[in-house]
Structures are given as C-alpha cells and as structure tokens.
Design a protein. Structure first.
Length: 85
C-alpha cells in the first residue's frame, strides 16, 4: 500500500502517479522526479516568489487547514514572517 500514491491519485493525478511509480520502481529516480507536475506540488505546498506565496496563502487561509509547516533556510525566516503578517 502506497499512501502517498493513493492520496495523489485521489486528488486527480492518477495517470501521473502511475508513471512516476513505474519509473521509480524501475530504478529511474531522476526521471520519476522530472515528471512530477508543478500543479501537483502547488496543490500541497506554497512555492515560488513571495508575491505568489502571499496570494496563495490567502486562499489556504480560507480552507480547512489549521497548520502551516515551514521548511526553509534560516536566513529566509524574516521574509517568511513578513509574508505571513
């Protein structure tokens, strides 16, 4: 059972998941990573320039989410704090 594959398939990325999983299981890890659609990443993470993240953050705040995990270089924390305020 692959929880992540099932989750992304349920989000509408079933064809992409099958291709990614097939490449990965064949040992083609770089190729598998290369076919991950940016839209899939954007459905689960805030990525990109600060202005884009600020805009998308407003949409996320209106959702059912209750937590935000931040992964960044410590030098970026002031910029992140500014984007969240």
């Amino acid at each position: 059972m692959n929880f992540h594959a099932n989750l992304f398939a349920s989000m509408g990325y079933e064809a992409e998941v099958e291709k990614i999983q097939s490449l990965f299981l064949a040992g083609q890890k770089a190729e598998a990573m290369a076919v991950i659609p940016t839209a899939l990443i954007e459905d689960i993470a805030l990525i990109g320039p600060v202005a884009k993240i600020k805009d998308e953050l407003q949409k996320w705040e209106a959702s059912v989410l209750t937590s935000l995990l931040i992964q960044a270089d410590p030098s970026q924390l002031p910029t992140i704090a500014d984007a969240l305020s």
